[in-house]
Design a protein around this ligand. Structure first.
Ligand code: PAF
Length: 291
């Protein structure tokens, strides 16, 4: 009889049950990998799950649409929640445990108090400026999830580069025994960075959104030959000519401090270009490492 592998995804909504599921692994000294998500999973998420499966004895994925990191209630309301297809994707990927708590489980008694962390410049610029309170909400839930899962390694995608930088800073500052694994941006066939929000785009918006990666690739190609001011002017003119998209910001910043850069720039400085745009009401972000 051929052996048929039937993947079993254990699903839990409570922290106490999660702890029971993980207790045996902890007792046996097994490694725990963790992929926090807000669901509406795509191939980018699955690449994190696969990496975690390859690097750990057990992989936990969380799906929780965290209300405290949305500064716009309409954005929270429209955030996609395709629970059944998410579950199927995780099962097919071979994920071991899905943690899918309720809002009450993560914020009992409607206590939405947030961590009051000082991130210096890191949460003041770009997304921090455009989405006030977003990073306080994000780090509050990430900390709660880290406490619930107690992973050895946690996996974050590079598309949310500023989020990743803040999580790394937080883990280092509080000496949490968690290795943060940074994973490359997954791009679709048209090069658009994969995002749960992409499924909210109309056909026209989706087509126009190709301008985001193509502009970043052009910036990278021109890097070293044009000044930062010239590159910013180039990006602004590209988006001014595309009525379906609205540029929120384009910044060229230091890879670690996220400080805006001035010329001249030494070849050793690590630099990244970050962009945020609106396609209608849908916010899309992307980035590219320049040097
Ligand atoms: O990147 C996300 O999906 C969310 O910000 C995270 C890390 C799951 C926290 O809610």
């Amino acid at each position: 009889m051929p052996y048929i592998y039937t993947p079993v995804l254990q699903i839990t909504a409570t922290q106490s049950e999660l702890e029971t599921l993980l207790a045996a692994y902890r007792r046996d000294g097994k490694s725990i990998g963790f992929v926090p998500t807000m669901g509406a999973l795509h191939k980018g998420h699955i690449s994190l799950i696969t990496l975690s499966i390859n690097e750990n004895d057990v992989t936990v994925c969380s799906i929780f649409v965290n209300p405290t990191q949305f500064n716009d209630p309409a954005d929270l309301k429209r955030y996609p929640r395709p629970v059944e297809s998410d579950r199927e994707m995780l099962e097919n990927a071979g994920c071991d445990i899905l943690f899918m708590p309720s809002v009450e489980e993560m914020y009992p008694n409607e206590d939405y108090s947030l961590l009051n962390e000082d991130f210096g410049n890191l949460d003041k610029v770009m997304e921090g400026k455009s989405r006030p309170g977003h990073f306080a909400g994000m780090i509050t839930i990430v900390n709660k999830l880290f406490t619930a899962v107690k992973p050895h390694k946690a996996y974050f995608g590079n598309k949310d580069f500023q989020q990743l930088t803040i999580v790394k800073y937080f883990v280092k500052k509080h000496r949490l025994p968690i290795l943060i694994r940074e994973c490359p941006i997954s791009r679709d066939i048209d090069e658009l960075a994969m995002s749960s929000r992409n499924r909210l785009l109309s056909v026209e918006e989706r087509k126009a959104a190709r301008l985001i990666p193509s502009t970043l690739f052009n910036v990278k190609e021109m890097w070293g030959r044009k000044t930062i001011a010239e590159l910013k002017a180039f990006v602004e003119s590209e988006f001014a000519n595309e009525p379906v998209l609205k540029l929120d910001y384009f910044e060229i910043v230091h890879f670690e401090t996220l400080m805006s850069l001035m010329e001249p720039i030494s070849p050793e400085t690590p630099i990244i270009a970050c962009i945020a745009t609106f396609a209608g009401k849908i916010r899309l972000i992307d980035n590219i490492r320049l040097q």
